[in-house]
Design a protein around this ligand. Structure first.
Ligand code: SF4
Length: 477
């Protein structure tokens, strides 16, 4: 079968059919492993990144692409909720053009909203793979090719005679499967030479303006051991939709193979985003040491996002292995206030522990970026404290701090149990998210609605913080 796997970013159009900026240009890492497994099973597969296509050809239209490619089956990656409007619109256009071509979706958002997508968007999607998709997608492609029924295919939810059917059988890869997948087969990606990965593309971006943003998101694990209030990818989501209770790790040789493919492709900057399980602190130091032996000291730049405080062994292997120019450790203390941090973050550390870590990283000349936010229940007084806390960390340890609002996302604990966090939600269903992101595509949406919480204090605090940032920027100019 000829199969297209499509990534559609959120596209800001503001009255124009073409992009006035895009969001979520990073493709889900699993698109590569999914494409490789389908390819290995004998299908002809192409990954299409609609953002890259739009930048490559200002007159790009998905209808023209679909007519040229003539796929037998199309899969859309619906991992992050900001993609929902544009992804469903693109899938709907395809279904209108080729009503007989089956369309499936997968990813976190598709998994959380599977039944709703099939029920409320019947003109856009026929099948959802809920959870991991490599083996189910291969079985789906074989079944469609051989004109067999879809019952018995694990993780599948689909419509049969207008009724939503949920297959009972579940599947999740084991460590051996997971380590056998190819996460960097660039030959399967259309226009791979233009591939790059800035999360947000500002209006007016061109292929030339973003060409230097070559950061490869490196899959090392799936799963998480905790539940942060705001995260739709925590332990409970993995347990409910991905059928795993503990994180799954790739073996180190398999990760090195991916790194080698990426280096051969000409990129040398990697991004690992993970929750280090508390019982396996040895994995990443061992990976770094193996990468140093295989690729040499300082050849690679590493951006490493950690949910817990890295220990001394980690810091020493990190600084011995990666190029200090362009490498960074990224943590999200989220709040300066320990009580707030304990309430919203799945893995707590105190400010004192944070400072011990920062002092050690500073001594080793490792750059550190700390992400903070202003959370529901906070106000202008606590925002002033946040500003003081960040200034102190910058002055004492050279840590860079960024403060970003956190939007409501599907499947997150505070979206499922708003009463536990004392928040009032502005959206709940797939249709709500679709409508919200339809507006985001073409209008200036007020801050409160962008966040998804009915919380005036939160909006005031964010505005106060933004005003302070602008004032500081003006002073430093
Ligand atoms: S550590 Fe928190 S933010 Fe990171 S994946 Fe786990 S639940 Fe989500």
């Amino acid at each position: 079968m000829k199969i297209l796997l499509v990534h559609v970013p959120q596209i800001y159009r503001k009255g124009s059919p073409q992009a006035g900026g895009m969001f979520v240009n990073i493709m889900a890492m699993g698109l590569f492993s999914l494409a490789s497994e389908l390819n290995n099973a004998g299908h002809s597969v192409r990954i299409v990144h609609v953002g890259i296509e739009m930048l490559s050809d200002p007159a790009y239209r998905s209808e023209v692409l679909f007519a040229a490619e003539k796929p037998d089956l199309v899969g859309f990656s619906l991992n992050w909720h900001p993609q929902i409007y544009e992804t469903l619109e693109t899938a709907g256009a395809l279904k209108k053009q080729f009503p007989s071509v089956p369309v499936f979706m997968g990813g976190f958002t598709a998994s959380v909203f599977a039944e709703e997508l099939l029920r409320d968007f019947p003109d856009c999607v026929d099948i959802v793979i809920r959870g991991d998709s490599e083996a189910p997608a291969v079985m789906l492609a074989h079944a469609l090719r051989d004109k067999l029924g879809l019952d018995g295919i694990p993780n599948l939810i689909y419509r049969r005679n207008g009724v939503v059917v949920i297959n009972e059988k579940l599947w999740t890869p084991g460590p051996r499967d997971f380590s056998s997948y190819d996460f960097a087969n660039f030959s399967l990606l259309k226009n791979a030479e233009h591939f790059c990965s800035p999360y947000l593309l500002p209006p007016g971006s061109t292929l030339a303006s973003i060409a230097s943003h070559r950061i490869f998101y490196l899959a090392t694990s799936r799963g998480c051991t905790v539940n942060c209030a705001f995260c739709g990818g925590g332990q409970n989501t993995h347990r409910q939709y991905f059928h795993r209770t503990r994180p799954l790790f790739r073996d180190i040789d398999s990760v090195l193979r991916t790194m080698n493919s990426v280096l051969d492709f000409g990129w040398n900057t990697f991004y690992i985003c993970f929750k280090m399980p508390d019982d396996d602190r040895a994995y990443y130091p061992a990976l770094f040491e193996a990468a140093r032996k295989r690729f040499g000291r300082g050849r690679i730049r590493m951006l490493f996002e950690s949910a817990i405080l890295p220990d001394e062994k980690f810091l020493s292997e990190f600084s011995d292995t990666f190029n200090s120019e362009g490498s960074q450790l990224i943590l999200s203390p989220t709040s300066h206030d320990e009580a707030v941090r304990r309430r919203f973050l799945g893995s707590f550390y105190s400010n004192e522990e944070l400072e011990v870590f920062l002092a050690s990283a500073h001594l080793r000349k490792i750059s550190v970026l700390l992400y903070y936010s202003i959370l529901p229940g906070q106000n202008i007084a606590s925002t002033r404290e946040l500003i003081r806390h960040q200034a102190m960390l910058g002055k004492r340890f050279g840590a860079a701090c960024q403060t970003m609002p956190i939007e409501l996302e599907p499947g997150a604990p505070w979206a499922l149990h708003p009463e536990r966090y004392n928040v009032r939600l502005l959206r709940r269903s797939a249709r709500d998210y679709y409508e919200h992101h339809r507006r985001m595509s073409c209008e200036d949406v007020p801050v409160k609605e962008r966040l998804g919480f009915d919380d005036d204090d939160l909006v005031m605090s964010l505005k106060f913080f933004e005003a302070w940032q602008k004032k500081r920027a003006a002073v430093s100019i």
